[in-house]
Design a protein around this ligand. Sequence first.
Ligand SMILES: Nc1ncnc2c1ncn2[C@@H]1O[C@H](COP(=O)(O)OP(=O)(O)OP(=O)(O)O)[C@@H](O)[C@H]1O
Ligand SMILES: [Mg+2]
Length: 249
Amino acid sequence: MSVLEIRGLHKAYGGIQALDDADFVIESPGLYGLIGPNGAGKTTLFDVVAGTVQADSGSVRFGGQDITGWPSHRRALGGISRSFQECRVLPEESCLDNVLFAAQPKGLAACMWQAFTRNNAHRRRVTDEAMRLLGLVRLQGHAHTPAAQLSFGQKRLLELVSVFMSSPRLLLLDEPASGVNPALLEVLSDFICTMYAEEARAFLIVEHNMEFIMALASDIIVMHQGKVLERGSPQAVQASPRVLEAYLG
Ligand SMILES: Nc1ncnc2c1ncn2[C@@H]1O[C@H](COP(=O)(O)OP(=O)(O)OP(=O)(O)O)[C@@H](O)[C@H]1O
Ligand SMILES: [Mg+2]
């Protein structure tokens, strides 16, 4: 059973065809890169898979189930988690509270979660895990600092930690390395590798930083004009004449 099956997705915004028969399958857990020029449809694809945008046509299957009509909170509960291109954190809240907030199921399950977490042992386990992950990205010392006081790269790391708190099976990371300085980039890629080594999940990572994504991912999907232009190993896509012409050349 595949992790994610994208079939014939179309999405138009007025006269712009953001997705134009986007079609690919992620068969198994792993580190996958999703690259392509500005406007290729990468973020729109994430929006459709996460359920915040409905496609005009086509289907999405996750873990063998057709989730095309599912609302976003149901997909999140089912194991799809994402980060955002523009980086979303709660600026007024502490780093720890940002991560704990992400651990709460949203929507209908929230009330049940609140009742459940009156159990102190459970609450301690969640907090311990939040602190462990903050430690992995060197933010442990900032646990009680408002997120607004972090550098941009640290905010990216905080958002990334938060994405893991819902026990996802599929992670959609939208340009996690964008705006992150070289020292933190290493922390970022080490964190992703550690989380993958701990549990085999599927990571689909949109990036424009080619050095970063080619070193991290073993399978690269290239989008152009709303569809998949090429797919293969980092070496193969970097040598592809079509990819060189549309993006990397
Ligand atoms: N909400 C929207 N309203 C109107 N047009 C949109 C909307 N979202 C995306 N588009 C358009 O759809 C196309 C695909 O956009 P998308 O953001 O998916 O591209 P992308 O591959 O993520 O690009 P980038 O690398 O710049 O982030 C673009 O032409 C964009 O302007
Ligand atoms: Mg984008």
